[in-house]
Design a protein around this ligand. Structure first.
Ligand code: F6R
Length: 610
């Protein structure tokens, strides 16, 4: 959350900073700001509440120039959404700071700084960074040394970039908990919280590690680890698509990303599976030896990724005969848990930077898990670097805040993990073949499923004036119902709850009336008859139902039930297939309601703070 961009160059960097902010806007979009070191030795700061476009418009009114600068797009944590709280923050017109994360001890720092004579002009924790560095500059001429001394006082998470008016040749950056990446140019260098921001200007990146502080000039990058030792960090050539930030003709990123699913699922499968099964070493060299010893799987994730993990639990126990638990990262990290012998820890994350998931991984290492695997979409992210094994979903950049293609590629990855672990746990031959065939057919099935869009647009009309809704599923479709409900609430702001349909009569049935639409996911599987009984329970109480069903499931539309046929698919991939109509339903409801689909209120992509 929050986006950071910085540049030190010969040329004017304003356009680079603004383009970077636009590409990071999905990370936070309540206010934005830029600070430029001008030729006359002053700092030109412009900040605006609202979207980055408001900042662009404001800068368009003046001829902003500067070859060293920092910029920020905010997702408020401390202090409301006001211009005064927008970054960059200043100390005495000398030090300018942008920051991603939370300085947890900011109250006590603030009290000390006020006692030392500093005046605060915002309610943010970030302003304490600016004043602390300014204070440290009283003891040294070096911005680097001042930042190194200052970070010792900060508790919490930060990715921060600091600029000193008296030294326009450099930026100093510090990372603890919140990611930062240095972009290397020719005679110019850059910094950002995500490589996406810098792809128009470079493809060569250095990912800073925990505790790193770095000094960046036009021609040099000097990095120091948490102990202050000079270190070399690997330079990585990025393979992320430059134009991933483009909507490719779609009205919204979310719609583009929904329609990309057949392609990105195909990419995720490519060179990993064929008719004979999984290809060797797809989870990394040595992974198979580890899998042979695994007796239990513990999955940890948040949000949509958690729903992928919930689905995986059904698959791992049903097909791979291996016991599996799944827990929300923010719960796992703050409770005492018992580690099963020979447990594999699996984290799932689109971004690879989710603060709670990362903290859970670090805790699990202390607790003595046998090994860790992450299923992740962002190469070079913290989870990828810190896990023993990494399996990359190849969803490409996901810009829409509501996760879509990341989810279906995560599920695809989990079916491959089911095969890999099942091999060592007597997976039934017919199950193994069924999963292989279903995976090979999956991209085509996804295309076929997307073709039912029209029916869903019509359906959305009936939803848009409702305030509540209930999603029902059974077995491995229960997490899909949960994911459908999450999508609807995120982007249409309609209250949605999901239940395993067997739970209906244990309470939620009391809610049923004609104002509470009930969405049912009904593939033709062994739980179909049970599900039909649940549907009858709703009908008997006057509920209105929307049933996404296999045509062989024999549901018929009538006054109280609208049936949307979903293409017939093999059992193991049904959760992936039934996800698509629910994504489309949420999208079209949000469209009718006129909400900000790609940047829904109060949310931001990549939750790098607790
Ligand atoms: C929902 C959504 C979030 C994320 C969650 C975890 O659409 O995007 O619930 O799934 O914040 O993020 P990652 O997967 O990046 O760890």
């Amino acid at each position: 959350m929050c986006g950071i961009v910085g540049a030190v160059a010969e040329r004017n960097v304003v356009e680079i900073l603004l383009e970077g902010l636009k590409r990071l806007e999905y990370r936070g979009y309540d206010s934005a700001g830029v600070a430029l070191l001008t030729g006359d030795g002053t700092i030109n700061r412009v900040r605006r509440t609202g979207k980055v476009q408001a900042l662009v418009d404001a800068l368009g009114q003046q001829e902003a120039l500067g070859s060293t600068g920092i910029a920020h797009t905010r997702w408020a944590t401390h202090g409301g959404v006001t211009e005064a709280n927008a970054h960059p923050h200043f100390s005495n017109e000398r030090v300018a700071v942008v920051h991603n994360g939370i300085i947890e001890n900011y109250q006590s720092l603030r009290e000390n700084l006020v006692n030392q004579g500093y005046t605060f002009t915002s309610d943010t924790d970030t302003e304490t960074i600016a004043h602390t560095v300014n204070e440290a500059l009283k003891n040294t001429d070096s911005l680097l040394a001042a930042v190194q001394a200052s970070v010792k006082q900060f508790h919490g998470a930060y990715g921060t970039v600091i600029m000193d008016r008296t030294d326009p040749s450099k930026l100093v950056v510090a990372r603890s908990g919140s990611p930062l990446v240095i972009g290397l140019g020719l005679g110019e260098n850059f910094i950002a919280s995500d490589q996406m921001a810098l792809l128009p200007v470079t493809r060569r990146f250095i990912f800073l590690e925990e505790g790193d502080v770095a000094e960046i000039t036009r021609r040099s990058v000097a990095i120091f680890d948490k102990n202050g030792n000079a270190v070399e960090r690997e330079i990585i050539e990025s393979s992320v698509e430059h134009d991933a930030g483009d909507k490719a003709g779609y009205r919204h990123y979310m719609l583009k990303e929904i329609h990309e699913q057949p392609v990105v699922v195909r990419n995720t499968l490519q060179q990993r599976i064929d008719e004979t099964g999984l290809l060797p070493d797809i989870f990394g060299k040595g992974a198979d030896d580890i899998f042979a010893r695994v007796k239990h799987v513990q999955i940890i994730a948040c949000g949509t990724s958690y729903h992928a993990g919930m689905t995986a639990r059904y698959w791992l126990e049903q097909y791979a005969n291996i016991s599996c638990n799944i827990e929300i990262a923010s719960e796992f990290r703050y409770r005492k848990s018992v580690v099963h012998p020979d447990s594999l820890l699996v984290t799932i994350s689109q971004s690879g930077e989710t603060a709670d998931t990362l903290a859970a991984l670090r805790l699990a290492k202390e607790l003595g898990y046998m090994a860790s695997l992450t299923i992740c979409n962002v190469p070079g992210s913290s989870l990828v670097r810190e896990s023993d094994m990494a399996f990359m979903t190849r969803a490409g950049a996901e810009i829409g805040v509501a996760s879509t293609k990341a989810f279906t590629t995560q599920l695809t990855a989990f079916l491959m993990l089911t095969l890999a672990l099942g091999k060592h746990n007597n997976i039934a031959g017919e199950d193994q073949q069924a999963i292989i065939q279903a995976l090979l057919n999956l991209p085509a099935k996804l295309e076929e499923t997307l073709a039912i869009t029209q029916g869903i647009e019509d359906l959305a009309e009936e939803f848009a004036d409702k305030n509540h809704s209930l999603f029902l599923g059974r077995g491995d479709q229960y997490p899909i119902a949960m994911e459908g409900a999450l999508k609807l609430k995120e982007i249409s702001y309609i209250h949605a709850e999901a239940y395993a349909s067997g739970e209906l009569k244990h309470g939620p049935l009391a809610l049923i009336d004609e104002e509470m639409p009930v969405i049912v996911v009904a593939p033709n599987n062994e739980l179909l008859e049970k599900l039909k009984s649940n549907v009858e329970e709703v009908r008997a109480r006057g509920g209105i139902m929307y049933v996404f069903a296999d045509k062989d499931a024999a549901f018929a539309s009538d006054d109280t039930m609208r049936v949307i046929n979903v293409p017939h698919c093999d059992g193991p991939i049904a959760p992936i297939i039934y996800t698509l109509p629910l994504q489309l339903l949420s999208y079209y409801v949000a469209l009718i309601k006129g909400t900000d689909v790609d940047q829904p209120r109060n949310l931001a992509k990549s939750v790098t703070v607790e």
